[in-house]
Write a protein that binds this ligand. Structure first.
Ligand code: UT7
Length: 367
């Protein structure tokens, strides 16, 4: 059975920074309150030209460059997003077109902030089954578009950005070692974006009632998160007969520094084993684990052969954890240049649209 290795990684965050100070001009809050209760100092906000697909595609191309893999060699793209571009088509398909992944299947996976852990596990399982070799897993968010900038309970928390991993099959042991996925739909109303789906399709009333904004019972989510994080880590480690002593890094979902502190306490593990960057990006939902991991890898904190645990929780309610052995790029016969693929993808997309139009016209004439 092939092993699923993480061989490439890439991230993208939009340039505009929204500080706590900026927020204190929008709602009744303060830098001191936000830092004390969440650990967040600032977050990135998508520009009008940034979308989950554009940010996800940038992260993906970087990941492919590190993996030394052409987009055309991808078999599957899984995109996790809590702020997808549309209900359909999937953001994964838009990214597939943007990067020119000509032979890849593509779908979105919805597990809110746990989405990246779920998606990574699904990608790894597809590789383990032998049905695919090269998988791109993306977490990408423009959550700022769903934030009520008048609600101080939520608007201080979220940020935008994207992260991507390439998973590749190899006979060498390593990569994804174990994973657990959990859910509890009885807590569905604890954290939700109720409007715009088939339950509450957009109407004047849904807009007036704020149903198109993120709604959250912060205290309840906090309690739930502190309850499940440590347990999920222990479960994923037990599957491979490891303990936190065998692990070099734990990368938790970056939602609130106090939640991470509580997980560390529960696991009796020093906080300096946890990768934390919530102060600079806030909660970027599905993108938070890849962004934190990539920054740690770039700083050479996470190194080849390190055992790393990812752990996340989110709306659903969902939660999950995964143990991986960090590898890095597989040996490659030739260097793949990614930049030409960007142009190739644009041209290909344009000509396919033109061709589809012409075919439509000809088909109509034949009828
Ligand atoms: O991916 C999962 C996403 N969600 C989460 O992870 C959220 C988890 N929950 C949390 O992070 C925390 O519950 C919050 C940061 C949202 C809130 O922190 P808290 O310590 O649970 O505060 P609280 O809701 O108990 O509010 C305490 C007080 C309240 O005032 P009163 O009723 O005691 O007078 C709030 O109205 O703080 C007030 N408050 C604020 N004050 C200043 C709430 N938000 C703010 C704010 N600035 N932004």
């Amino acid at each position: 059975m092939p092993f699923a290795h993480i061989t490439g990684w890439g991230m993208y965050v939009p340039e505009p920074i929204l500080t706590n100070e900026d927020l204190s001009k929008l709602v009744e809050t303060s830098d001191e309150w936000i830092r004390e209760r969440t650990g967040i100092r600032e977050r990135r906000i998508a520009r009008d030209t940034d979308f989950p697909s554009t940010m996800g595609a940038e992260a993906a191309l970087q990941a492919l460059k590190i993996a030394n893999l052409a987009p055309t060699e991808l078999d599957l793209i899984i995109c996790a997003s809590s702020s997808p571009e549309y209900i359909f088509p999937s953001t994964a398909c838009i990214i597939q077109d943007r990067i020119g992944a000509t032979k890849a299947g593509a779908f979105d996976l919805q597990a809110a902030c746990t989405g990246f852990v779920y998606a990574l596990n699904m990608g790894a399982q597809a590789i383990r089954s032998g049905s695919v070799k090269n998988v791109l897993v993306i977490g990408t968010e423009a959550l700022s578009r769903f934030v009520n900038w008048k609600d101080r309970n939520t608007c201080i928390l979220f940020g935008d950005g994207a992260g991507a991993f390439v998973l590749q099959a190899s006979d060498q042991p390593g990569g994804v070692m174990s994973a657990v996925m959990h859910s509890d739909g009885s807590g569905a109303d604890t954290l939700s974006l109720p409007g715009g789906g088939s339950r509450h399709p957009a109407t004047e009333a849904t807009v007036r009632e704020g149903k198109h904004f993120i709604q959250m019972d912060g205290k309840e989510v906090f309690r739930f998160a502190t309850r499940v994080m440590g347990r999920a880590v222990t479960e994923a480690l037990e599957q491979v007969h490891l303990t936190t002593n065998d692990v070099q890094w734990i990368v938790p979902h970056q939602a609130n520094y106090r939640i991470i502190e509580s997980a560390a306490k529960h696991l009796k593990t020093p906080l300096n084993k946890f990768v934390v960057n919530v102060e600079r990006y806030g909660n970027t939902s599905t993108a938070s684990i890849p962004i934190a991991t990539i920054e740690a890898a770039q700083k050479s904190q996470i190194k080849t052969k390190d055992k790393v645990v990812f752990v996340a929780f989110g709306a659903g309610l969902t939660w999950g954890a995964m143990v991986v052995e960090w590898t890095g790029p597989l040996p490659a016969k030739k260097k793949v240049r990614i930049e030409p693929y960007r142009l190739f993808a644009r041209l290909r997309s344009f000509f396919r649209r033109v061709l589809r139009r012409l075919e439509g016209i000809l088909a109509r004439k034949e009828l």
